[in-house]
Design a protein around this ligand. Structure first.
Ligand code: URA
Length: 430
């Protein structure tokens, strides 16, 4: 039980004036906010003070612990295999969880992936999977345990009992301009992952125009804080910093990202999606103590695909059913012969979102078939009149605003101009 000798104004003014919050202040304010005894306007002021004045590592660790203590903690220690999870800070075309979870399961490590729905320009894993006919996101804890033991991979919605303080605070941050505070992002992500009970965790911290963190230094700071929080909580945690200036793969949407993931599981798919899936799989296996399996072999021999089909069927989905297709499409063609020299992740993400693949408010529905397909990646040669983008939606009125989002987000330079591809994995923090 948190010490009751505090009040909201005293906690806010401590942080407003640049002070460090005491253990008692942190435990009290997180508990009181979750119970409704601290008002939204008071927590908004505190979140803004944290954004402006920061937090020491001790404060972040205690804030995270208080958010974990606000709800239940899951425990997978009774499973017959080790567990590892992955969390991405969110990117455009980031469908990596879909091939990754069954791949790692096929290598003998269980993946308990509690996911969210997308808000804004980055898509949500559950939205993508819900485009598969019959698939359901909600599982009881007992169903989750049984599926982890049997199939080895679960991707499902986090229940209301997990870090409820974060659920409330994240919704508030979203409407008060306080999402981008490193202490708040780190504690939000890590409270959920630690409460989820995974033994090992690999973080994919995105850097670039399509990510929360636009520059490498800020992304590295976030990764270091999260790795320290996980490690101190007994979770073997590693972070990769990966590029999100260009969107991943060739698709951003829901059903179209599922189709691309299935291509990867079938041994094909875009090279960058395969590279990142394998890099994260290798990190997860090592963090879980499995060093004698190469995930590339499990992709090649079809066992990752088998695990995918079993994972989808276990949650009511039909992995062989046709995926939904958008009713309308519009093709944008290359204006001249040349090389695609720029493709901006944010522009593509906003276009997909405006086509109906994402939502503006939590309660909005998403369109399963909507999104953007790009037919070239930076460095590829294009010819005048060849398709560059296909825009997909059920509502043609959305095309204009999606095209406005893409405007200025790509560039075709005259033939002969050179393009230098950057690395996908920029750094590793452990
Ligand atoms: N994802 C989260 O879960 N929390 C944040 O604060 C940001 C991204």
């Amino acid at each position: 039980m948190a010490d009751q000798s505090h009040d909201a104004v005293e906690v806010i003014t401590t942080k407003r004036d640049g002070g460090a919050l005491s253990t008692g202040q942190i435990e009290w304010v997180v508990d009181a906010y979750t119970r409704g005894a601290v008002a939204d306007e008071q927590m908004s002021a505190l979140a803004m003070a944290i954004l402006l004045n920061g937090m020491e590592r001790r404060e972040i660790a205690e804030w995270t612990a208080a958010m974990i203590a606000s709800g239940e903690r899951m425990d997978f220690s009774s499973l017959s295999r080790p567990t590892a999870d992955k969390h991405s800070t969110g990117g455009v075309g980031d469908k990596i969880t879909l091939p990754l979870a069954p791949l790692v399961a096929a290598c003998g490590v269980a993946v308990p992936q509690l996911s969210g729905r997308g808000l804004g320009h980055t898509g949500g894993t559950l939205d993508k999977l819900e485009s598969i006919p019959g698939w359901r996101a909600t599982l009881s804890n007992a169903e989750m345990m049984a599926q982890l033991e049997d199939v080895g991979a679960v991707i499902c919605a986090a229940g209301d009992g997990l870090a409820p303080a974060d659920k409330k605070l994240y919704a508030l941050r979203d409407v008060t301009g306080t999402v981008e505070a490193v202490p708040l992002i780190a504690s939000s992500i890590m409270s959920k992952k630690i409460a989820e009970g995974t033994g090992a965790l690999v973080l994919d911290v995105k850097v670039g125009s399509g990510a929360f963190m636009k520059d490498l230094a800020k992304a590295r700071e976030l990764a270091e804080v999260m790795v320290a929080l996980g490690t101190d909580a007994g979770v073997r945690t590693v972070a990769l910093l990966t590029d999100m200036s260009v969107p991943l793969g060739l698709t951003a949407g829901n059903a179209i990202e599922v189709a691309e993931s299935v291509e990867v599981l079938a041994g094909g798919g875009p090279a960058d999606v395969v590279e990142l899936t394998l890099a994260l799989a290798r990190e997860m296996l090592v963090a879980a103590g499995v060093t004698d399996v190469d995930p590339a072999d499990r992709l090649a021999d079809g066992s990752a695909m088998d695990a995918w089909k079993r994972m989808i069927r276990a949650q009511g989905g039909d992995p062989d059913a046709p995926l939904p297709v958008a009713r309308e499409s519009h093709v944008v063609t290359a204006p001249a012969d040349g090389v695609l020299t720029r493709l901006d992740a944010m522009a593509v993400g906003v276009a997909a979102w405006r086509l109906g693949a994402g939502r503006a408010r939590k309660e909005d529905p998403v369109q399963a078939g909507a999104g953007v397909v790009w037919h070239a990646r930076p460095g590829d040669a294009v010819t005048a009149g060849s398709p560059l983008f296909t825009l997909l939606t059920d509502e043609p009125a959305r095309f204009d605003r999606a095209m406005a989002a893409l405007d200025g987000g790509w560039e075709v330079a005259a033939g002969g101009s050179s393009y230098e591809p950057g690395a996908l994995v920029l750094d590793r923090i452990s």
